[in-house]
Design a binder for this molecule. Structure first.
Ligand code: ADP
Length: 540
């Protein structure tokens, strides 16, 4: 029997029409690259989106063609985020922190037809423009005047070609709407193509109260760049819920962020742990200086949130919400929320739970699989590879038949993460498969050692990496950044770890660094550390 339900396609224009109708006056604020604030509203944003979508069609953008962006988080980027898909095209966010060779590869592999670029990022573009397929390049200029290179056009002039009241295209929910490449720590980056349907479902599922839980009272600030997996879906979810949106532009240092959060009354912000580490240090240095909104929540993910960070923000009345996700998952896969029975637990036990990556998000199925492909029980102890399935999980990589081994024959995606799941359903990421330390046939979790090290008061940051070892195959090495003024020694850190881990887990050595190298999305670049200390234990 067929259902009698309407088959309304789940497309971004559905979200845009809602926010336009109900929340036209709700503010969208973005910090311009010159530091000033641009104040706009969802009504204005959607008018510009209609205009841009119309202009893109007039400029000859055909269904499914890619509009690349090379921009920071601001209102112009937001227009393209919605405008390219609303025109039937695909927004492909490029990460300006990548190497020029990588950008050339990605833009070519995605076959990007148009590019919209921040004027300030023209030097980045210059590094790969000749190797990229862009037919037209539109420059966002924050200051009027100034000549453009002859190969570039003015973005405002493009937008002016469209009509503000142009109707949205009729779209199929399965059509491509966006595209993003994983940073590909090994081999070439791989592209994921998101559908309208996945974006809409992702916005809905992350809006649930036990998920990120957006509401129309929220003031939402994605610190996570819009080029890092759809800014974790924040722009879409903020629009769906009619939340205020604050886009921080290129200045992502702790003080700039804190000032903006105070000024705009941000209630919900998101970013990777390294960003919030700086913010926490600034708060600790000047308690009470920043009058942040009461009830502020920080969604932190992208790499493991150390328990010490959750405790640290608690001291300032700020709630950390730990989330896990992947480019391949649009990206949210799990979000922490306490089950009601946790109310009865003591504070210490609750912290241990809160450091987990949380419960599988709605519409996300999970399973753990051992080396022999057998499914493991959810006992919170045994760990295996985490596999996922769901309507917001990619079923393939764009034009990469060679990467098919990431998908199982029965339709699950292999995350490449090693994890446990507790009987209650809480996910704990033990490590990435490639970051686990394989010592004498046993596995050591670098993440757990790092978390414990970062709980030491003298440690600002710590990364534990596997170093080749003549006897044990691999042994852990701890790379530690001390807090300013702290003078902790290796034997003290070893004693600190010895209190909670078996002896064979303890790093054979500790090296003290000025900083931990970072990936283009702000995660610890462990590959660089492994390379640098390759021979540290006399092998490799
Ligand atoms: P990449 O870091 O490879 O560019 P993603 O941004 O898609 O790509 O990162 C996904 C990976 O990041 C996950 O597979 C996982 O290893 C790691 N990750 C994301 N969130 C968390 C988290 N909360 N805790 C631990 N690891 C995380």
């Amino acid at each position: 029997m067929r259902s009698t339900m309407m088959e309304v396609p789940l497309t971004l224009p559905l979200i845009l029409e809602r926010v336009e109708r109900l929340f036209a006056d709700v503010a969208v604020t973005s910090r311009r690259p010159d530091g000033g604030l641009e104040r706009s509203s969802w009504g204005q944003v959607v008018r510009r989106v209609r205009q841009l979508a119309d202009a893109l069609r007039r400029a000859g953008l055909r269904r499914g063609e890619r509009v690349a962006t090379l921009m920071w988080n601001h209102a112009r980027h937001l227009e393209v985020y919605f405008g390219a898909p609303a025109a039937g095209g695909v927004v492909h966010t490029l990460n300006p922190r990548l190497h020029a060779d990588e950008l050339a590869y990605i833009a070519t592999h995605a076959d990007d037809r148009f590019l919209v670029v921040d004027e300030g990022l023209l030097p980045v573009l210059e590094g790969f423009r000749h190797r990229a397929p862009f037919a037209r390049i539109f420059v966002v200029r924050w200051q009027a005047g100034g000549a453009l290179p002859d190969w570039a056009e003015d973005y405002e002039a493009l937008v002016a070609e469209g009509a503000e009241d142009a109707p949205f295209a009729e779209l199929d929910e399965r059509e491509a709407a966006g595209m993003c490449y994983t940073s590909g720590t090994t081999g070439h980056p791989k592209g994921v193509v998101y559908s309208h349907r996945a974006y809409v479902l992702h916005a809905l599922m992350t809006s649930l109260p036990d998920s990120i839980g957006y509401t129309m009272r929220d003031v939402v600030m994605p610190v996570v760049p819009m080029f890092h997996v759809n800014a974790w879906g924040m722009p879409h979810a903020a629009a769906l819920n009619g939340a205020r949106l604050v886009l921080p532009g290129p200045r992502l240092d702790a003080l700039s962020l804190l000032e903006l959060m105070v000024e705009e009354g941000v209630t919900l912000a998101a970013g990777v742990p390294t960003v919030w580490l700086g913010v926490l240090q600034a708060l600790d240095e000047a308690p009470g200086r920043f009058r942040l909104a009461p009830g502020l929540r920080l969604v932190i993910g992208g790499s493991a949130v150390p328990e010490a960070m959750i405790r640290g923000f608690d001291r300032h009345g700020i709630t950390v919400v730990h989330a896990w996700g992947m480019t391949e998952m649009t990206p949210i896969g799990s979000v922490f929320a306490p089950r009601p029975e946790f109310d009865r637990l003591d504070q210490e036990t609750r912290y241990a739970w809160r450091a987990s990556q949380g419960l599988p998000a709605a519409l996300v199925q999970m399973r753990l699989v051992d080396d022999d492909g057998r499914e493991l029980p959810w006992d919170g102890v045994r760990f295996g590879e985490l596999q996922v399935r769901g309507p917001c999980v990619t079923a393939a990589y764009h034009a990469r038949p060679d990467a098919a081994e990431a998908f199982t024959d029965d339709g699950w995606f292999r995350t490449g993460d090693v994890a446990t799941l507790s009987p209650e359903g809480y996910l704990r990421i033990v490590d990435r498969v490639k970051d686990l330390v394989k010592s004498g046939g046993e596995w050591i979790s670098s993440v757990e050692l790092e978390n414990a090290l970062m709980a030491h008061p003298a440690v600002a940051e710590a990364a534990v990496v596997a170093i080749p070892h003549p006897k044990w195959d691999e042994r852990p090495l701890a790379c530690v950044v001390r807090r300013p003024g702290a003078a902790v020694r290796a034997d003290e850190l070893r004693a600190h770890l010895a209190a909670r881990f078996p002896k064979w887990w303890l790093p054979d050595d500790f090296v003290f660094l000025e900083e931990i190298p970072r990936t283009s999305t702000g995660k610890f670049l462990k590959r660089a550390l492994r390379e640098r200390f390759r021979h540290h234990y006399g092998a490799g």
